[in-house]
Write a protein that binds this ligand. Sequence first.
Ligand code: FPP
Length: 243
Amino acid sequence: MEVLPSVTSGDSQIPEHVAIIMDGNGRWATKRSLKRLRGHEQGAEAVREAVKGCGELGIRYLTIFAFSSENWSRPVEEINHLMGLFRFFFQKEVKALCEAGVKVKFIGDIRRLPGDIQELIEDLKERTKDNSKLILTIALSYGSQAEIAGSMRRIADKIKAGEIAPEDIDEIMVARHLETADLPDPDLLIRTSGEQRLSNFLLWQCAYTEFVFLDVLWPDFRKEDLIGAVEEFGSRNRRYGAV
Ligand code: FPP
């Protein structure tokens, strides 16, 4: 792969954590008079491409939005197909992910998923737990507002148990009770398909994240698109509210 000089590994312009909202699978298929399901299948190929690209660029954390809590309201046929894709991907990719040094984590309400997928998730986590080149977090059945409410509940339980006082609650404590407690906040968030919104993804964690919106539909996403987004990130001046 041609890596542009400004984004060579070790360069400070490389974001440590990239988050991606993979959008446009349905439109990709409709444009080709195919069923939406075909778009999701091609989308899974693009996930492989993104993981590989992040590894090559030296990005340490990649978090992808694979299925939102709102996606449960899609037609049953589409949900079943997506579940089939997750099943296939989680089983088939273990070896390649291990070879590439990828550790896989999950965030979201995994208990809503079919039992066998929950088992595959546990297996994938276990088999990749010692890898450290890239931490791939898959948001599955995930909604950020529910995640924040969960953090509040866990803090409230500790107050009830007398372990902490309400005055102890600050931003660090809330962050430490989120499912992403062991991840740095995303530096760069990419959303494909031209849509420009967060859609209940990492609302708390994206307080100072740089957003890059790409017109490319997710199934067409390639390493070049990742490099373009990383270059755009490198040109931004991050001030975190200071001057
Ligand atoms: C959004 O496109 C995409 C999704 C809801 C599913 C994302 C899933 C994949 C990329 C499949 C594979 C993932 C893994 C981890 C193996 P959309 O259906 O909302 O597209 P549209 O906006 O064009 O209708």
